[in-house]
Design a protein around this ligand. Structure first.
Ligand code: FMN
Length: 355
């Protein structure tokens, strides 16, 4: 029986345990350069006891930014600043992957440099609002990407991945979940294209396949993870056929020898076990626990062989020494949603560790 506190080899790297810090946007990269800060280095170093840290979503290009004060990984300044974060985590013995998140149609022109507008596979707006410095704004209709722009976007992911390695990251996680650009291509509701990047399953998985392949070619598949969330309706997504699309996607990616697949699970445990069976490599699970957050009970998923690693979001945000607390059976600090996005060190680096 495997437990959370046994090491695992991931992409050739030995991780001390099977507890993953899930990616979490914290919107504290203040300033025009969208660079990570010393405070962010402290936050991640505090959490270096994770087997693997996955950072907050990081935009691979200016137009990929969908929220205020999220950091980028496309300028020399950003690469330099991330080095401070990765050095701090490595000094504490941690392993850290950068999550590359292009938000696509989720965003707003007010969040983007002059003249840029959110983009998507098709000119289909999401229903809902996004937070900006000028208050909540309705999502806009995105600009439909041309073939040339799609190719450029694939290149942007590969360029950011090279920057991540230069910045000292152990790898990158490609964000293919939660209604952002890659998910928008996968889903029938947001992808209405009739060219080779849309239509049936083969067309809709193509952008994800090309991004993952380009990133794996750029930095090596062993440094690449992919996050997916089949059927997740977040950000006004609708998918007719997740049971068909995701197995086809995994089939196309199986040969790349990626570091891991990260499933943000929905209510369908049957789909989870089917995807786990279809995936030849390491399987990271962020389990479906709605309305609760992932907690100590979910460690059982490792013992039952449902997953190789379990990813914790909110509980890791509030407990810098989460693996230690899980091993001890608690107690746990309670996450405070009021300080999730933006603000200062409060609700960020001041959650206490156990004595
Ligand atoms: C504050 C916050 C920010 C998040 N930002 C991201 C993100 O940038 N990328 C991502 O893939 N998921 C993001 N998520 C989702 C988490 O990774 C995770 O899937 C979710 O919190 C459910 O896991 P939990 O029950 O352990 O919290 C975020 C969640 C929270 C609470």
């Amino acid at each position: 029986m495997t437990t959370a506190f046994e090491p695992i080899v991931l992409g050739g790297r030995r991780l001390v345990n099977r507890v993953v810090m899930a990616p979490m946007t914290r919107s504290r990269a203040y300033g025009p350069g969208a660079e990570p800060t010393e405070l962010m280095a402290t936050y991640y170093a505090q959490r270096a006891g994770a087997g693997l840290i996955v950072t907050e979503g990081i935009q691979p290009s200016p137009v990929g930014q969908g929220y205020p004060d999220t950091p980028g990984l496309h300028t020399a300044g950003q690469v330099r600043a991330w080095r401070t974060v990765t050095d701090a985590v490595h000094r504490e013995g941690g392993v850290i992957f950068a999550q590359l998140m292009h938000t696509g149609r989720i965003g707003h022109p007010k969040l983007l440099p002059d003249g840029l507008v959110p983009v998507g596979p098709s000119a289909v707006a999401a229903k809902g609002q996004v937070y900006t410095h000028e208050g909540p704004q309705d999502f806009v209709t995105p600009k439909e990407l041309s073939e040339a722009e799609i190719r450029q976007t694939v290149d942007d992911f590969a360029y950011a991945a090279r920057g991540a390695v230069e910045a000292g990251f152990d790898g990158v996680e490609i964000h293919g979940a939660n209604g952002y650009l890659i998910h928008q291509f996968l889903a029938s509701g947001s992808n209405r294209r009739t060219d080779a990047w849309g239509g049936g399953t083969e067309g809709r998985i193509r952008f994800a396949v090309e991004v993952v392949t380009a990133v794996a070619e750029a930095i090596g598949g062993h440094r690449v993870g992919l996050r997916i969330s089949p059927g997740n309706p977040f950000n006004d997504m609708s998918e007719d056929d997740p049971g068909e699309v995701y197995p086809a996607l995994l089939d196309r990616l199986a040969g790349l020898e990626l570091a891991y697949l990260h499933l943000m699970e929905g209510p369908d445990r049957g789909l989870t076990t089917a995807l786990r069976r279809a995936w030849p490599g390491t399987f990271v699970l962020n389990p479906f626990t709605h309305p609760d957050v992932t907690g100590p009970d979910e460690l059982k998923l490792l013992e039952d062989g449902i997953a190789d690693m379990v990813a914790y979001g909110a509980l890791f945000l509030a407990n810098p020494d989460l693996p230690r607390r899980l091993a001890a059976g608690g107690p746990f600090n309670t996450p405070d949603p009021a300080t999730f996005y933006g603000g200062d060190h409060r609700g960020y680096t001041d959650y206490p560790a156990l004595d």
